[in-house]
Design a protein around this ligand. Structure first.
Ligand code: NIG
Ligand code: FE
Length: 424
């Protein structure tokens, strides 16, 4: 199939885009892309590609922007229930970490997730994955972390593997057993840390070989934060995980600076995420590393907090900046990377081009999938968006509505207005 006549074709080739190089979109005006067998064969000018491939089935993208599908590299998409009442309590003055310490917050979603059947979990998560796909995310990272006990954490992986199988999305998987201290260990947090290290991680590594053969091991992530896991506990868990061969991620500096970003760099983590209260020393360390700095602007927005990731400092320090939704029931129930881009332009002062590169090629690096997705280059998966806008800057400029006309996943066309499961 030849997708042709795009007003702008964004190739976003090369990368990762470090520091001030962020925002290279590789724009081809009146662009075309040739797709065969789920992959991109070539990109170029419409006139050249039409002349070279006259008998190819044609797909008209006249007047539209064509770009790689969004890669959302940080979500907590699998959970049961909701926390609408807590949202209201926060508006009335309650603080997020205080609600958590009082047994609400993450722990309240843990209760509803533990008691939900796998069918319920799959059904509720399916609707969120559907929205992500319809809003242009073609690859999504998904964390466990609302089980906090071995059997439930594995059930979440089982559900996620089933969801990937039935859906059109590619998922990247992350074990977040260290999302909060399990309620049973409220008075013995170190006991829970030891359980994660000595029981959960070894069991997961064996389970994965049986249930996800041939797939890369999931990431292991830790919520390094006051009232969650301190720096020493985060180090213990991530070091143990690294020893078992797991790639690493960390939640760092969402509310307090504990030094999690520097720990991530020291351990060679793939990414450090949130990064709101990050110190200059941590930013310098990130900038000298290959650890991707993943900013989640929906989280302070969702919490009505005023501080956001110091993105300009990260770019000045030559860091690799990526964006994600953080989709979760507590702080940021949002499925749309388009909204993340709009917010990043305002709160992080990114240009639309920077925000787009941070949501595609750099976010693909944040989940180690840049060899397959994140740009329109020969050999990569044919994961593309056709946006009903004439200029890429409409992303960021416009917000709160869906600008995606069609999602093309592995070469198959899905028209957003006729639904996810039907081909155009
Ligand atoms: O990334 N910070 C930890 N995890 C989520 C919030 C999870 C929740 O509140 O349920 C986050 O913001
Ligand atoms: Fe998160």
């Amino acid at each position: 199939m030849l997708i042709h006549s795009a007003a702008q074709l964004l190739t976003i080739s090369g990368g990762p885009q470090r520091g001030r190089d962020l925002g290279q979109l590789g724009i081809i005006e009146d662009g075309a892309v040739l797709i065969r067998d789920e992959k991109i064969v070539t990109v170029g000018k419409t006139s050249d590609l039409r002349a070279a491939h006259p008998n190819e089935p044609m797909h008209d993208a006249y007047g539209c922007v064509v770009m790689p599908g969004f890669v959302d590299p940080h979500t907590h998409v699998i959970w049961a229930g909701d926390r609408a009442r807590e949202f209201e309590m926060r508006l009335e003055g309650a603080k997020y970490l205080d609600i958590l310490a009082a047994g609400g917050g993450i722990i309240s979603t843990v209760r509803s997730t533990r008691t939900a059947s796998i069918e319920t979990l799959i059904a509720q998560t399916r609707s969120r994955l559907f929205r992500m796909f319809a809003h242009g995310s073609t690859t999504v990272e998904a964390k466990t972390g609302y089980g906090l006990q071995t059997a439930t954490e594995l059930r979440l992986f089982k559900a996620l593997l089933a969801l990937e199988e039935e859906s059109r999305l590619d998922l990247a998987f992350t074990f977040l057993g260290a999302h909060a201290i399990a309620p049973e260990y409220k008075d013995n947090p170190q006991g829970y840390v030891n359980l994660v290290c000595e029981t959960m991680l070894p069991i997961l590594s064996q389970w994965w070989e049986v249930h996800a053969p041939g797939r890369p091991l999931p990431f292991v992530d830790v919520f390094c934060e006051t009232k969650a896991f301190d720096l020493a506990q985060s180090r213990q868990i991530l070091t143990q995980a690294k020893g078992l061969g797991f790639p690493l991620k960390i939640h760092a500096d969402e509310f307090d600076n504990l030094g999690g970003a520097s720990l991530a760099v020291e351990l060679g983590a793939t990414s450090a995420d949130h990064l709101v209260k990050t110190s200059d020393a941590d930013i310098a360390a990130l900038g000298q590393s290959d650890t991707v700095a993943v900013s989640l602007p929906c989280t302070p927005f969702g919490l009505a907090e005023l501080d956001y990731t110091p993105a300009q400092k990260i770019l000045d320090a030559n860091g690799i900046l990526a964006l994600a939704t953080d989709c979760n029931p507590g702080t940021a129930w949002n499925e749309s990377m388009q909204f993340v881009i709009a917010l990043a332009c305002r709160a992080l002062k990114l240009t639309p081009a920077q925000a787009i590169a941070a949501s595609t090629i750099n976010s693909a690096h944040a989940i180690r999938m840049a060899d397959r997705v994140g740009s329109l280059e020969p050999g990569k998966q044919a994961d593309l968006l056709i946006l009903s806008v004439p200029d890429y800057r409409h992303l960021g400029y416009r917000f709160g509505t869906n600008l995606v006309k069609q999602v093309i996943k592995k070469g198959r066309v899905y028209s957003v207005d006729v639904g996810y499961y039907r081909t155009a």
